[in-house]
Design a protein around this ligand. Structure first.
Ligand code: NDP
Length: 316
């Protein structure tokens, strides 16, 4: 149907409902079928996950107007290059805040109270021989968030309910929250017992949590990363866990997903999750719907619903 705009899908990864709704409105072109004959007609891209939407891809698509990213984190989209070409980029903020915050608290509790280890203990018949050894606690700890944005605030609200003091590091203090702000990450790492990482990925935050931060966190310290694998120096973290220079870690994200360094598998002081922060039917459905709604709003001439910060679009 020549009347429908052509849309490139970068992977077969969208929820069925999304693909169905998009198919009704667009001519869908899987990325691996994008050739010189089809490229000139492409007006939109819907993307998720690891495939890079970089300047080289945009350069092949002279008529592209919008890149709709499935996920709030859009570190795989070169949004600055898109902006320079006048291409709008949208993401899926807010609809996943509560889900990701739930998972973060689950991962924190699993890590500090050693819940997966206790489950393995029961399954292996260990309980018949002895009680599970006493372990660490959340009591008396202060949690330092790296990032106090949409999801960080949902995490902090849950920590309030757990009667755990919260502080945070970000570039600018967030005037709407009551927690102490640290402009200096190392200073925060020295003062807290738990760090929860919930900043965007990309070059600006690459290896923010490095050997020096882990050392400042100290031997009783716990690191939870639900942001992006790139934010943590994975080799330094593995070493800190092996040498017990920090207590433990809970990780939902890794530098080179789905590859998890095997060194982690041998350790009993790390909880490993396969990037499931938003991975429920409910929330993935809401994210998919926002991808569709952004694309339809754009092609109805009503503008993007949730443009990213780099996109030069009037907001009010
Ligand atoms: P927001 O943009 O609302 O918040 C980002 C926070 O990070 C802000 O407090 C911001 O403050 C801070 N920040 C950004 N850049 C830096 C920097 N260079 N140094 C220090 N602080 C920085 O994002 P969301 O809360 O909506 O999402 C955060 C991230 O969580 C996403 O980008 C995504 O990568 C990740 N995520 C992971 C999921 C999972 O499945 N594990 C699911 C959903 C999201 P300031 O600008 O003042 O520095």
């Amino acid at each position: 149907d020549a009347a429908r705009p052509a849309l490139v899908l970068t992977g077969p990864v969208m929820e069925n409902v999304v693909e169905r709704q998009l198919a009704a409105r667009f001519n869908l072109i899987p990325l691996d079928q994008l050739d010189a004959a089809r490229a000139p007609a492409v007006r939109a891209i819907a993307t998720k996950g690891k495939v890079k939407v970089d300047d080289a891809l945009l350069a092949r698509l002279p008529k592209v107007e919008i890149v709709a990213n499935f996920g709030v984190g859009y570190d795989t989209v070169d949004a600055a290059a898109a902006a320079a070409r006048g291409v709008v980029v949208t993401n899926t903020p807010d609809v996943l805040n509560e889900e990701v915050a739930d998972l973060t608290l689950g991962l924190l509790l699993a890590t500090v109270r050693e819940i997966p280890q206790a489950d393995r203990f029961v399954r292996a018949g260990g309980w018949a021989r002895s009680a599970f050894p006493l372990g660490p606690t959340l009591r008396g700890r202060t949690v330092g968030l790296i990032g106090m944005g949409r999801i960080g605030q949902a995490i902090a609200k849950r920590l309030d309910a757990f009667s755990v003091p919260v502080v945070y590091h970000s570039r600018r203090a967030q005037p709407s929250v009551p927690y102490r702000h640290y402009g200096d990450l190392l200073a925060m790492a020295r003062d807290v017992d738990v760090i929860v990482v919930i900043v965007p990925g990309g070059p600006a935050t690459r290896h923010m949590v490095d050997a020096a931060v882990l050392e400042a966190l100290g031997p009783d310290g716990i690191l939870i990363n639900v942001a992006r694998g790139t934010v943590v120096d994975e080799a330094a973290l593995l070493k800190a866990l092996q040498d017990r220079t920090i207590l433990s870690a809970g990780l939902d994200v890794f530098q080179n997903e789905p590859h998890v360094p095997e060194g982690f598998f041998a350790l009993d002081n790390v909880v490993l999750l396969p990037h499931v922060g938003s991975a429920t039917h409910h929330t993935r459905g809401a994210m998919g719907q926002l991808v569709v709604d952004n694309l339809i709003s754009w092609f109805d001439g009503k503008g993007p619903i949730t443009p990213v910060a780099e996109t030069p679009w009037p907001r009010g």
